[in-house]
Design a protein around this ligand. Structure first.
Ligand SMILES: *Cc1c(COP(=O)(O)O)cnc(C)c1O
Length: 359
């Protein structure tokens, strides 16, 4: 036993010895899943039908660069198809970034409390991580990120809106950050939740003309309801993407997933309604939190981070009792919960649990 453990350790690269494997699997399927910021409405029938049709062609390799999807995205967001790369979820894109740009000794900058995959991307490559503290109101301050760039910095992740705090940095301070960061640093703007902010979804792409080191990331996993199909995409300078293509798995987005993503982009009206419903339900959830005196961070996304403080365990038990899964996290050593905004009947259950513990 001991011997094989040592054997496997010696087989693995030392850089990965300290990394915790990502495992979000739950043994029991919860009745109400509010732990992964998914779209709980499910798939529109048109998207399901498109994927069923694509399934019949499953004997063929997909188009390796997903040209049809890139053309569709380009048309939707006023981009050129060459500025777009698809990936096996955004997680797949971060893998490519690490492989293409990072080496031992490099430094990666990201937020103090942000999406965990950024730090893992660095550690897997043997790079170090510099974490930038949250500012007042738990927002990420773009100027602090820019000021932290040093000679070893190769990559900087700015999640906007940030997961798990839900805060959005404004466009002017982001532009200033980009101006202040030397072009040798790859800046990754992760906009996985941008669809929920109500801001113009094409605006940040205009920055690409000015900043060749900028990589803007979006995903079909959240608003677009395709988390299980794994489609992410990045917009960046075609010359930069050329280096990512060198390390990209050739067929990382399946033909079924591509068909689903293309069909989802046609569901503008439906998605608009979903966004409005999420905003309305988030408002109700926050009102309930205020009534109960539970601290939370105002959110621009489909989740809210709450501070149950000394009643954390009680609330966790109340959620478990109702079959509600939420995400437990820590923020400056304090236990906090990230609750996805679900369907009205799901959110009612959340409010009931809150009422039981804080009412
Ligand atoms: C969910 C999420 C992603 C995307 O995940 P994929 O499913 O791999 O596309 C990326 N960044 C953040 C901050 C997320 O929360």
């Amino acid at each position: 036993m001991q011997e094989t453990e040592e054997l496997f350790r010696s087989m693995a690269r030392p850089a990965i010895w300290g990394i915790e494997p990502y495992d979000a699997s739950t043994i029991e399927e919860p009745k109400i899943r509010l732990s992964a910021n998914e779209n709980n409405e499910g798939l529109p029938p048109s998207v399901l039908a498109a994927m069923r049709r694509a399934l019949a062609g499953g004997n063929r390799y997909p188009d390796s660069r997903n040209t049809a999807l890139r053309e569709k995205l380009a048309a939707c967001f006023s981009l050129r198809p060459e500025q777009i790369m698809t990936s096996n979820g955004l997680d797949g894109l971060f893998t490519m970034l690490g492989r293409a740009f990072l080496a031992p000794g490099d430094e990666v900058i990201c937020g103090e409390c942000t999406f965990g995959v950024y730090a893992d991307t660095a550690l897997i490559a043997g790079a170090s991580v510099k974490k930038i503290p949250l500012g007042e109101g738990y927002g990420q301050i773009p100027a602090d990120f820019a000021a932290a760039v040093g000679p070893a910095t190769k990559m900087l992740f700015f999640c906007n809106p940030n997961n798990p705090t839900g805060t959005l940095a404004d466009a002017a301070s982001l532009r200033k950050m980009l101006e202040d960061i030397p072009p040798r640093v790859a800046v990754i703007l992760d906009e996985a939740y941008f669809d929920f902010t109500g801001e113009d979804g094409s605006e940040s792409f205009k920055l690409l003309e000015e900043f060749p080191n900028l990589i803007i990331c979006r995903t079909f996993s959240k608003l677009f309801a395709l988390a299980g199909l794994r489609v992410g995409w990045a917009a960046a300078h075609p010359g930069l993407l050329d280096y990512l293509y060198r390390v990209r798995e050739p067929y990382c987005v399946t033909s079924v997933a591509e068909a689903g993503a293309i069909a989802a982009l046609d569901e503008k009206e439906h998605l608009g309604k979903t966004c409005a419903a999420v905003a309305a339900e988030r408002g109700k959830l926050c009102a309930a939190l205020r009534r109960c005196g539970v601290g939370y961070i105002p959110s621009r996304t489909n989740f809210v981070l709450i501070f149950p403080r000394e009643r954390y365990d009680g609330l966790a038990a109340a959620f478990a009792q109702k079959g509600i899964a939420v995400r437990g996290l820590s923020l400056r050593k304090e236990r906090v919960m990230r609750i996805s905004v679900g369907l009205p009947e799901e959110n009612q259950q959340v409010e009931m649990a809150l009422g039981e513990i804080f009412g």
